[in-house]
Every structure is written in structure tokens, then in C-alpha cells.
Design a protein around this ligand. Structure first.
Ligand code: ADP
Ligand code: MG
Length: 237
């Protein structure tokens, strides 16, 4: 006999926290004996959907911070919780899978693969996230359109200008619609016109997509867009 089923409510999402990133007593040093101390004891949170900028002189630890949020760099001690998951308890494979689904990263130094086309570079994270082919094509087309480089899809990235490469990097970070977008000095290498394009994208993205955005920068136009600006000072050895 057929029964009128009660629709199962979806399981409660694991992460009910209002924070996307939480640092608890994070210490970070480099060197075999930990001689280069970057952060001594950091505790702070990023609200979901916020846009936070991090400023500070060269060598103050901005890239280190971005890499810790992305699980690319582990803290020396303390806890980093991203979307409810404790990154410090995850092994490398879990971290890679987590990154593929949760984090869009625009690194300070280009990591595009020069032998591949724009399309293939942007598609890469979707392979890691095991997205099927049809959805991959949809997502790549859509994001290339959005950042204004759909016409360049079949070009090799080696042939692109610095600004165009930055847009490819941006597209690659956004293609899987990650809840967190990390950008490491995204406008610093760009001419004024290209950086305006990136700023426009950032502004629109934060307002319409509700993504958490964390950007390191020296650019006042970026800090003007951000809701909060954190500052790191360089330790004098
Ligand atoms: P920023 O992005 O603010 O310029 P970084 O986070 O790149 O600063 O670096 C902070 C400090 O840590 C620098 O003094 C840098 O030389 C050092 N550092 C960064 N990565 C490493 C590493 N893998 N090994 C040793 N020292 C490092
Ligand atoms: Mg840096």
C-alpha cells in the first residue's frame, strides 16, 4: 500500500557557526628551531559573508596567514577552524579535498599552468572536486563570462598579459562557487584599469554572492571596499 511519506528534512548542516574562519591561539614560526616567529598568539574570527582586508609590510606574514586559512600551511600550535572543520586535525588528503570544495584562492604568485589553455586552467579545480563533465563546462563558461575573458578560453595562458592572467586566476578561484575566497595582493601587479576591473568584481561578488572574502593588500581602494581591515606589524628581530 502506498503511503504518503513525510518529506525528510535535510540533515542539519554540520556547521551552524556564524563564523567562516576561527583562529584560536595560533602560533606560527618557521625554521627548524622555530627561530622565525611570525605570529605568537592569534585569536580572531571572520564572520560568514564578511569582507576583510589584511594589511602589513612585506615580510609581516600576510601570505602565511592566507596559506594557513587554505590549509596549505599548518600553524606551529593552536587551532584553525574553517566552516566548522578543524584544519589542524586533518591529514593532507582531507585538506586537499576540503580546499577543492570550500576555498577559492588567488595566490600572490601565479600558479597557472602555462602549457594549458585558459579554459583548462579554470577547469582544473572542478576535476579535483570530481564535478561531472557537463557541469564543468557550464561552470567554466559562466565564470569566464563573468570575469570578461570568455573570448580567450582557448588561448594558452603563457600568451596572456599579467592582467589577463590575474583574471584567469580569479576565474579559477571562483569556478566552483566556494564559500570562502582568499586573495593575496590581487591588485598589486596590475595597471590602474585592470585593478579597477578586479575591484569591481570583488565588490559585486561580496554584495551578491554572500561569500566570505579575505584579501591581503597595500591598495587603499581594496581596504575602502572591505568591511574590516586587520593590520599586522613586522617584528623587529
Ligand atoms: P608577506 O606576505 O607579508 O610578505 P610572508 O607570509 O610571505 O609575508 O612571510 C613572512 C615571513 O616568513 C618572512 O620573513 C618570510 O621570509 C618568512 N617565511 C615565509 N615562508 C617561509 C618558509 N616556508 N620558510 C621559512 N621562512 C618563511
Ligand atoms: Mg605575501
Amino acid at each position: 500500500m502506498a503511503q504518503l511519506g513525510v518529506l525528510q528534512k535535510p540533515a542539519e548542516p554540520a556547521n551552524q557557526s556564524k563564523y567562516s574562519v576561527e583562529l584560536k591561539h595560533v602560533k606560527k614560526s618557521y625554521g627548524t628551531n622555530g627561530e622565525t616567529e611570525i605570529y605568537a598568539d592569534l585569536t580572531f574570527q571572520l564572520l560568514k559573508g564578511t569582507f576583510v582586508a589584511l594589511v602589513g609590510p612585506i615580510g609581516s606574514g600576510k601570505t602565511t596567514m592566507v596559506n594557513m586559512f587554505a590549509g596549505l600551511e599548518r600553524p606551529t600550535s593552536g587551532t584553525i577552524i574553517v566552516l566548522g572543520q578543524d584544519l589542524t586535525r586533518m591529514d593532507e588528503d582531507s585538506l586537499a579535498a576540503f580546499r577543492a570544495s570550500a576555498i577559492g584562492l588567488v595566490p600572490q604568485v601565479q600558479t597557472l599552468i602555462p602549457e594549458l589553455t585558459v579554459y583548462e586552467n579554470v577547469e582544473l579545480p572542478l576535476h579535483f572536486a570530481k564535478v561531472d563533465e557537463r557541469s564543468r563546462r557550464d561552470k567554466v563558461d559562466k565564470v569566464l563570462e563573468r570575469v570578461g575573458i570568455r573570448g580567450e578560453a582557448d588561448k594558452g595562458v603563457a600568451k596572456l598579459s599579467v592582467g589577463e592572467k590575474q583574471m584567469v586566476s580569479f576565474a579559477r578561484a571562483l569556478v566552483n562557487d566556494p564559500p570562502i575566497l582568499l586573495m593575496d595582493e590581487p591588485t598589486e601587479a596590475l595597471d590602474p584599469l585592470m585593478s579597477e576591473v578586479v575591484l569591481g568584481l570583488l565588490r559585486g561578488d561580496n554584495m551578491t554572492e554572500g561569500r566570505t572574502i579575505f584579501v591581503t593588500t597595500h591598495d587603499k581602494r581594496v581596504t575602502d571596499l572591505a568591511r574590516r581591515t586587520l593590520r599586522v606589524n613586522k617584528k623587529i628581530p
